[in-house]
Structures are given as C-alpha cells and as structure tokens.
Write a protein that binds this ligand. Structure first.
Ligand code: UDX
Length: 453
C-alpha cells in the first residue's frame, strides 16, 4: 500500500542557483514540499556540491554540470564565458538527468528552478514538465529588474529618482547597484535581467517574500504575472513553523557550538552581531574601520569574518575576549534568535534581511552591491527597523559613524522603537507561514496542483 502511494506521489526537481544565499531558501522549500507528500530531488551543480557545506544524506540529490566542475564561476575566464557555457552545458546535462530518471521509473512532474536559471524552463517545456520559477530576492527588487528588462526603465540610473508601482521613491543609491553602474558587470546584469525573459511562460512563479511585507508591489505584480505567489519567509521550521520539527536542512549544516555558548554567557540584548553574508568582500580600510568601531563601542560583538577575509583584520585584533568573538561562519538563524543579540550589522543580502525581520532583530545597514542597496532602503524607510550607516565619499563607513549607529540602535528610544517594529514584522512573518496564513495558503495551492497531476 505504502509503496503504491510513493510511486504515485508527484516528483519535483529543485534546482537552486549555485551559491549559499540561493541554496538556503530552496532547501527550506524542499523540506516543506516533502512534508506535504511531494517526492523531491535536489539538483546541484557539481562544483557547488564539492565546495560547500554538506547536504544531509536524507535528501535525494542528483547533479548537473555547468561546464566548470572544479571551480564554477572562479574557474571560468569571465562571467560572460561562465554564463554562456553554464546555460549550454546545463541544458544538456539537465536533459540527460531527466531522461535517466525517466528510464529508472522516476519520471519528473515539475521543476522548481531559481529564477536566475531561466533556461531551465526551456528544458521543462521540451519534456512536457511543469516549470516553477523561484524568485529568491524580494518583489521590490524583482519589479525594478522587470521594468528594466521590459524597456520601461532606462539604465544607467545615475541621477534621477525612480518611482515604480507599489515602491517608495528610490534615489540612485537605493536601486540595485548594477543599474547605476552597468559597465562594471555587464554580463552579470544581462544574466540577472534574463530572469524575466520568459517568466510569463512559467507555470508558477514563487517568491521568497510574504504578502503582508510587500502588499502593494505584490498586488501590482500579480496583475502582470497572475501565477505569482509569495511563499516566504523560507526560514527553517524550528524558528517559525512549528509543524515541521526536524531542523537538519538548515541550521545543522552550519553548526557551531562555540558562538552559541559564548552568546549564552552574554546579557540579553547586549551583543551586536555583524556579518556580510557568503560573498561580499570588504577592503582592508573598511575592515579596519569596522574593527575600531566594535573595539570602541560599549557593546559586545559577534563578528563573522570568512576565512578568505581574515587577512584583512588589523594584525593586533583580538579574536576572542569577554567583549568580542570572531568566527569564520556561524549558524546565523540560531544567532539571530538568541536573546543576547541586540542588533545586526548587515550587508543586507535578502536572506539576512528576511531572517532578521522574521526573528525581530533590528539592523544597521551596510549594503555593498547588487540588490543590497534596495534592501537597505526597505530596512530603513519601509520596515522602519534599521539605520543605514553613512559612507564617506570613498564609500567607506568610518568608525565613528558605525559606532554611533550601533549605539543608537542599542541604547536610545529610537532604537527601542525600531526593535518594536522589528517584533511586529516577526509577528506578521510568523502568521504568513502559519496554518492558513498567506504564504501557507499559497504553498498549499501549489502542492495541490502537484498532487493532482
Ligand atoms: C547573495 C547576495 O549577495 C544577496 O544580495 C542576495 O540577496 C542573495 O544572494 P549572500 O551575500 O550570501 O547572498 O547574502 P544573504 O542573502 O544574506 O545569504 C547568506 C545566507 O548565509 C543566509 O541564509 C545566512 O543565514 C547564511 N549565513 C551567513 C550563515 O548561516 N552563517 C554566516 O555566518 C553567514
């Protein structure tokens, strides 16, 4: 009986873009789909599976190639070459994988693919499989790129402010960085915009955001893309959705007893957590300024400095003391959920942003590039749960500015107000994923289509 129902269950491939900030939300979606009875296979790029944190063995995993199996982007001569070849080799190897699965009686009903891999939809259509594009950034950012792709917004956006449906007025510093400087990363920009080249043809468009967070832009976007559904925040269950008890797909990948133990010994709200995600690189001058701001501030700090960035720390900087701890990686969600953490100095990657708001932690925004500038605008002016640390004319946030922002966040009435707003967002995020909430209903609707196949 059981094997019959397993054989009948819809089979879905999940194909993330190969970097940490895109794999994390896809893993959470995977877990939810499995919980709902959908049979799921995770499809990873070969280079990514070698380089990054281990994927739990309980997840059925298959591999495709981007033509650079040893180093991915880093192995290619340029982004342009990488994107061209990865599309071509990806198309071929994904097709071979679908055929292999079909031959083994494991045929595929749907592919959920990161929107950055728009070519996957062509493969899905070729095999008569449903294609669901997964937008891992927020709707505001997606809307801006969509307008550019459809020729409704001319770039570069150097001086004029931008007003788009459902969005606040955006100054050039608030739009995704590639749109102001379209010369530095032309291939990257083309690739990002390509997400919207065939999005109207996708059977579903899922987004890691929630209706209450981006109501106006969600209303506008669903008129353009009726199949768009918000399903976020895709945060590991132990933090939000209590129905799913086992947490091994998210946090356990990144376990670090040391920093949680260190936080356990700190007072409530006394620690500033600081991290710049998995990709951003800061220059030595900026690292020095941050180090001095943390050293001179009155609070404790937990600072994630990735191994590749460690050489930029001031030589005499102490890595572990009563006041501060530096780690190369941490279980970020556990850290943000810890009561010792009072504020989060962040580069404003979308995962970090939605994780912090879902856990009620106010932020000091230090955006570096890509969508982070727009996320920073939202954190400060729309969500009203953070401050943007001002940079000087060289683009460096100086120690005094950062120190003042941290102080304001941790010690003033304004800081308390932002904490209150953050907790309000936490309540709304929890409701969205809870049974009957906006994102929960959208996932249920998506799953019932799959189970009806
Ligand atoms: C990238 C882009 O930079 C970002 O702008 C885009 O929105 C998504 O892709 P990344 O820079 O890594 O992502 O930032 P972010 O989106 O914040 O994702 C980082 C992820 O790594 C988060 O899920 C965070 O919880 C996790 N993380 C980070 C850890 O688990 N431990 C750490 O020490 C640091």
């Amino acid at each position: 009986m059981e094997s019959e129902s397993v054989a009948k269950a819809a089979h879905c491939l999940l194909l993330p873009f190969p970097c940490q900030g895109h794999v994390n939300p896809m893993l959470q979606l995977l877990k939810r789909l499995e919980h709902e009875g959908v049979r799921v296979t995770l499809v990873l790029h070969r280079f990514f599976s070698k380089k990054f944190h281990k994927i739990p063995t309980s997840i059925a995993t298959e591999y495709i190639s981007d033509g650079f199996d040893n180093g991915g982007f880093e192995e290619a001569e340029s982004y342009k070459i990488y994107f061209q070849r990865s599309r071509q080799v990806g198309t071929q190897t994904l097709g071979e994988l679908i055929e292999k699965l079909y031959r083994s009686g494991n045929s595929v009903d749907c592919i959920v693919y990161d929107s950055h891999l728009s070519w996957v939809l062509d493969v899905a259509k070729r095999f008569g499989i449903l294609g669901a594009s997964f937008l891992t950034q927020n709707l505001a950012v997606d809307s801006i790129y969509y307008h550019v792709k459809k020729g409704k917004l001319q770039i570069p956006l150097l001086e004029q402010s931008v007003l788009l449906p459902g969005l606040p007025l955006l100054a050039p510093k608030d739009v995704p960085s590639f749109l102001c400087d379209n010369e530095s990363y032309p291939a990257m920009l083309d690739y990002i915009l390509d997400q919207f080249s065939n999005i109207e043809d996708a059977d579903w468009v899922l987004c890691n955001s929630f209706y209450e967070l981006e109501t106006d832009v969600a209303e506008w976007f669903t008129k353009i893309l009726p199949k768009l559904r918000t399903i976020g925040p895709t945060i590991p269950s132990m933090f939000l959705d209590k129905r799913l008890e086992d947490d091994d797909y998210g946090c356990a990948l990144l376990k670090s007893e040391e920093c949680i133990k260190w936080l356990d010994e700190r007072k409530k709200g006394s620690v500033c957590y600081i991290s710049f995600g998995s990709m951003a690189t800061l220059n030595e001058e900026q690292m020095g300024e941050i180090a001095c701001a943390l050293r001179d501030s009155d609070c404790c700090f937990l600072w994630v400095v990735r191994t590749t960035e460690e050489c930029k720390l001031p030589k005499d900087f102490v890595k572990k003391s009563e006041k501060g701890l530096i780690v190369t990686w941490c279980p970020q969600l556990q850290v943000l959920a810890h009561e010792a953490v009072g504020c989060f100095v962040t580069h404003c990657g979308w995962n970090s942003t939605i994780e912090a708001l879902s856990l009620g932690v106010p932020m000091v925004a230090m955006p570096q590039w890509t969508d982070q500038t727009t996320n920073a605008k939202y954190i400060t002016d729309v969500l009203k749960m953070g401050l943007r640390a001002p940079a000087d004319e060289k683009g460096i946030v100086r120690r005094e500015s950062l120190k003042n922002c941290i102080k304001e966040m941790m010690e003033t009435e304004n800081g308390k107000e932002m904490k209150k707003n953050a907790l309000n967002w936490k309540t709304l995020a929890t409701k969205a994923v809870d049974e009957g909430g906006s994102s929960d209903r959208n996932i249920t609707e998506f799953v019932s289509t799959l189970l009806d196949i």
